[in-house]
Ligand binder design. Structure first.
Ligand code: IMP
Length: 208
C-alpha cells in the first residue's frame, strides 16, 4: 500500500516534551515543513492509555490533528531493557514520575535511571546490560487517516550516568559500537543513529 504524501506547510508536533520537540524540529528542517508544537498552540496533552508504543503514538497524533485541523506527528518512545523483560518500555516516562513524598508531581530522570540500575543490581553483577531505545512515529490527518513508522537503536546501559547533552535516559545509554553515552555524543551524531532517526528515515521515504 502506498503512503499518503505530506505537502509542505504546517505540521503539529504532538508532544509537550521539549527534548523530543527539539529533535523532531531538527529532523524536519530539510523538508519545507513548518513545525508547530502542540504546546505552542494550546492543545491539551491526552492521557496515554495505550499498552503499546503504536497505540499511544496514534492516540497523541489523532488528538492533535482533530484539535488543530492540521496534520500532526507524534512520537511514542521508550527504553526496553532485556534483563527486565523489556521494562520500562511503554512506561519509560512513568518511571520518572515523582510521588508527593519525593517532591512531586514532576519528573526526575536521574531517579528513573537509578530505578533501572537498582533493578539490574538486584539481578547480580553478571546481568545482561543490553537495552534498546525504540521510537514509534504516528502521522495523522484531520480526516482520520494515519501512518505509523518504527525505529530502534541497540546498546548497553552504563553506570553512573555520563554527559549533559540530550534528554531523558541519554546519560546511561551507550549505543552499540560507541564508548560515549548518548548524552556525551554531539547531538548531530545522536541524530544520525538514534531510534528517532531510524523511524524518521522510514517516514521520509514514505511520505515526502
Ligand atoms: P513518551 O513517549 O512521552 O511516553 O516518553 C518516552 C520517554 O522515553 C521519554 O520521556 C524519555 O525519557 C525516554 N526517551 C525516549 N527517547 C529518548 C531519547 O532519545 N533519549 C533518552 N530518553 C528517551
Amino acid at each position: 500500500m502506498t503512503s499518503r504524501k505530506l505537502p509542505p506547510g504546517k505540521l503539529v508536533i504532538a508532544s509537550h516534551n521539549a527534548g523530543k520537540v527539539k529533535e523532531i524540529r531538527a529532523l524536519l528542517a530539510p523538508f519545507g515543513i513548518e513545525p508547530v508544537s502542540a504546546g505552542e498552540i494550546g492543545l491539551p496533552e491526552p492521557e496515554e492509555t495505550g499498552t503499546t508504543f503504536a497505540e499511544n503514538a496514534l492516540l497523541k497524533a489523532h488528538a492533535s490533528a482533530q484539535g488543530s485541523g492540521l496534520p500532526a506527528l507524534a512520537d511514542d518512545s521508550g527504553l526496553c531493557v532485556a534483563a527486565l523483560g523489556g521494562a520500562p518500555g511503554v512506561y519509560t516516562a512513568d518511571w520518572a514520575e515523582k510521588q508527593a513524598f519525593e517532591g512531586g508531581p514532576g519528573r526526575d530522570w536521574y531517579m528513573a535511571m537509578g530505578k533501572v540500575e537498582g533493578k539490574l543490581a538486584e539481578l547480580g553483577p553478571d546481568t545482561d546490560r543490553s537495552a534498546y531505545f525504540t521510537c514509534t512515529l504516528a502521522l495523522a490527518w484531520p480526516d482520520g487517516h494515519s501512518e505509523v513508522f518504527e525505529g530502534r537503536v541497540n546498546g548497553t546501559l552504563s553506570w553512573p550516568p555520563r554527559g549533559t547533552l540530550g534528554f531523558g535516559y541519554d546519560p546511561v545509554f551507550v549505543p552499540l559500537g560507541r564508548e560515549q553515552s548518548f548524552a556525551e555524543l554531539d547531538p548531530a551524531e545522536k541524530h544520525a543513529m538514534s531510534h528517532r532517526a531510524d523511524a524518521f528515515a522510514k517516514l521520509v521515504s514514505a511520505v515526502f
